[in-house]
Ligand binder design. Structure first.
Ligand code: GLA
Length: 738
């Protein structure tokens, strides 16, 4: 998979459909040669433009300023003449800021490195994978930089990471350590990014790149609602099913930076990593800094090919939970049913009704601890509110388990309310800058998780709950962004480390949770979907996608999320209508189909439902159990696009959306069609399917008529769906190979 061509001093990483090549130039610099469709293993160094004239007339072809500013560097540094965005920056003990990384040695080995303290992709014995490690050095400071590249035999992805060791004699400050940078020799790309807001996460933005820098980032301490740590570079002609798609994401949940820069000579520098803004890390002699992993995916099969590559890679090599291949219990969460207003009796009634309908897991959301009757108190005091729950959690948990259901619990471990015993006892445990007012957000502060004693104190409380009550599921929430970055435990020179140290602290506590209780189903959440990122997948096989449960909005949110995250990880619930976020009414059946395009559960007061709705719940649960393996382990093909009109490609609210999950052996598929807006006197629609075996005959029932058709016909000509009466009406059907 990874080859070293000694004469050419070239490295070539080949996967089934992809090649990534780089070389060592004269002078020992690492230059990028090629990334794209697979090439035979061959000398590609003639593609490097290392002998061209500098931009100012010069007889000296080694004009260093020009060399630095045009060479496609594999890991560009700042301060020596490359004026494009750097991947690596330092400030040495004397305040100087230039650095210059040159090749020392390399090794190629089977397997991949483990990243201590950070989420990372992992190997398994059944999947061959190889890693190339390149050691580079900045001689004056003695900094050694290891670039790692891992390729997998079952994926067209490249996983990169960067490790810095200070082998010098003086401390040195790292001012930027991006996880990947690649100089593509083309200029005609569209950049696709995901933007949004609370309850409106992961909206799709696709624009041609222009000369200059196009960036998305987060400086909020979380990957954020506003931008996802993901982008794709696409040929202008790339569609859902064909054309070049280069996808980038970061296995990290904190501040990130992602950028495409179109340069003077029309090459495109694409980068992703920890946000360099407000970042610095002091490295003492002998110390090491590890940057998070970046994942780069290439597909010639359009956006769909790129997404499926991310899905499969994450499913096989990032999600660790025992739950990833198991049917998740259908849950009911009491949040939208009760908000903070509940007592034991009310919850028991909800649980009893839910159990009678076949729901398998009862999740108690916010409001069960301290004296939390609204969002203005008690975070940090994880002891049950005896007023609402006399005798604590146990009577409720016993009642729930007695009904044959599992019991789940909401926690927000990283937070503290000003009105809490924890804050009163340890005011300095909250992130803050002395003598500066602390900004409140949702009436809460953020605990300084860079400090071990703070994490330990929270862990002790969590453990006490988990050891005394049968909790099978935890919803780990995080409901505010970080401000006034200051830690009482860090010296002035290290305050800029806090963003990243905070993230490492969060990961440490999640690691304790999932390793101490490996059978626990952990769902991450951050005010809806502010931490819907690959970093979280390492700990939790599912993540709450958005506080917006409106099915029409969910079509967009879940479409955007599916561009890089597996649908099996998308927390999605059926909720009540009119929807609490939008006031919209959507048929119950469609709410079920849209939630089934994710982890599936309920978030409503089941005691208030009509007989028909209850019957529908029973039916939906049965369908979920019949088909959820396809969502978990099948391949997803998006057939529509809720951001553009799938009939005429106009940027308006669309007529319809559709998707299909196909089993790996192509013997079974689950097709879902949602007619977003109804129109009078429309003919039936033909929706071309995807992913089926062309020569196989598939059986399916539509309009109560059993039909059979060749896969090739269903894919080329489409499946015919009737014009439905009403907005947001839908059809879901199973296709089975005859
Ligand atoms: C966040 C979550 C919600 C709910 C509330 C509780 O907003 O996203 O699902 O848990 O917190 O306060």
């Amino acid at each position: 998979m990874i080859h070293y061509l000694e004469a050419a001093r070239q490295f070539q990483c080949n996967t089934v459909n992809m090649t990534y090549a780089l070389a060592i130039t004269d002078g020992g610099y690492l230059a990028h040669i090629y990334w794209g469709k697979r090439l035979p293993v061959t000398d590609l160094t003639s593609l490097l433009r290392l002998d061209e004239n500098p931009f100012t007339p010069s007889v000296n072809p080694r004009d260093r300023a020009c060399f630095f500013d045009t060479t496609p560097f594999e890991y560009p540094c700042s301060g020596t003449g490359d004026y494009r965005e750097a991947a690596f920056g330092i400030e040495d003990i004397d305040g100087y800021r230039a650095c210059d990384l040159t090749y020392v040695c390399h090794r190629i080995y089977d397997g991949k490195p483990v990243l201590d303290g950070l989420p990372h992709t992992f190997s398994d014995i059944s999947t061959p994978m190889q890693t190339l490690e390149l050691l580079l050095e900045d001689q004056p400071t003695g900094l050694q930089v290891t670039l790692s590249y891992t390729v997998f035999s079952d994926s067209d992805a490249l996983v990169r990471s960067v490790k810095i060791c200070n082998m010098g004699t003086a401390p040195c400050t790292l001012t930027r350590v991006l996880s990947c940078s690649v100089d593509l020799d083309e200029d005609r790309f569209d950049m696709l990014t995901l933007y949004g807001s609370w309850a409106r996460e992961r909206q799709v933005n696709r624009l041609p790149i222009r000369h200059g820098k196009q960036r998305i980032d987060s400086l909020r301490g979380e990957s954020s609602h506003q931008y996802s740590p993901f982008f794709a570079l696409l040929s202008p002609q790339t569609t859902e099913s064909c054309g070049d798609a280069y996808g980038f994401t970061l296995i990290y949940s904190g501040n990130f930076f992602a950028q495409a820069e179109l340069t003077q000579h029309c090459s495109t520098r694409a980068q992703i990593g920890i946000n360099p803004e407000d970042f610095a890390w002091v490295l003492q002699p002998g110390e090491m800094f590890q940057a998070p992993e970046a994942v780069m995916v290439y597909s010639a099969k359009g956006l769909g090919g790129m997404s499926r590559c991310f899905h499969t890679l994450f499913h096989r090599h990032l999600i660790r939970s025992e739950w990833k291949d198991k049917a998740r219990p259908v849950l009911i969460n009491n949040w939208e049913a009760t908000y903070f207003h509940f007592d034991l009796e009310k919850l028991k009634k909800l649980a009893a009704e839910a159990a009678a309908l076949g729901i398998e897991l009862f999740v108690l959301d916010d409001g069960w601890f301290g004296h939390r009757d609204s969002d203005n108190s008690s975070l940090g005091d994880w002891t049950p509110d005896e007023k609402k729950l006399p005798g604590g959690l146990k009577p409720l948990a016993d009642a729930v388990t007695g009904l044959g259901m599992q019991f789940g619990l909401w926690l927000e471990p990283e937070m503290v309310s000003p009105d809490s015993d924890l804050f009163r006892a340890h005011t300095d445990w909250a992130i803050q800058i002395p003598h500066r007012p602390m900004t409140l957000c949702r009436e809460q502060y953020v605990l300084d998780f860079s400090r071990e004693e703070v994490r330990d104190a929270i862990w002790t409380q969590i453990k006490a709950i988990l050891d005394s009550v049968p909790v099978s599921y935890i919803k780990w929430d995080m409901n505010r962004q970080l401000t006034e970055l200051g830690s009482a435990a860090l010296p002035a020179s290290r305050q800029k480390e806090l963003w990243h140290r905070y993230m490492l602290g969060v990961y440490d506590l999640m690691e304790r949770l999932v390793t101490t209780y490996p059978e626990l189903l952990l769902e991450n959440c951050s005010g809806g979907g502010a931490r819907f990122d690959a970093g979280m997948l390492y700990y939790s096989p599912q993540i709450w996608s958005s506080d917006n449960t409106d099915s029409r909005d969910r079509l967009r949110i879940q479409y955007g999320a599916s561009l890089f995250m597996p649908p099996s990880a998308m927390g999605a619930h059926v909720s009540i209508c009119p929807n609490h976020a939008t006031g919209r009414n959507t048929p119950f059946e469609t709410r079920g189909f849209v939630a089934m395009n994710g982890t599936f559960g309920y978030e409503l007061d089941v005691t208030q439902l009509s007989h028909e709705e209850k019957e529908m719940i029973r039916h939906q649960i049965q369908q979920y159990h019949q088909y959820s393996h396809l969502v978990r382990n099948g391949l997803q093909y998006r057939l529509g696009n809720p951001f553009v009109c799938s009939d005429c490609a106009a940027q308006m609210h669309t007529g319809w959306d559709a998707w299909i999950y196909v089993s790996e052996d192509q013997s079974e598929a689950l097709f879902t069609y949602v007619q977003i807006t109804a129109e009078a006197n429309m003919r039936s629609r033909k929706i071309p399917l995807a992913g089926l075996a062309p020569d196989a005959v598939y059986l399916y029932t539509i309009n109560n008529r059993q039909q059979e058709q060749l896969g090739a016909v269903l894919m080329q000509c489409g499946i015919r769906v009737p014009n439905l009466w009403g907005d947001m009406k839908s059809i879901q059907l199973i296709l089975t190979k005859k």
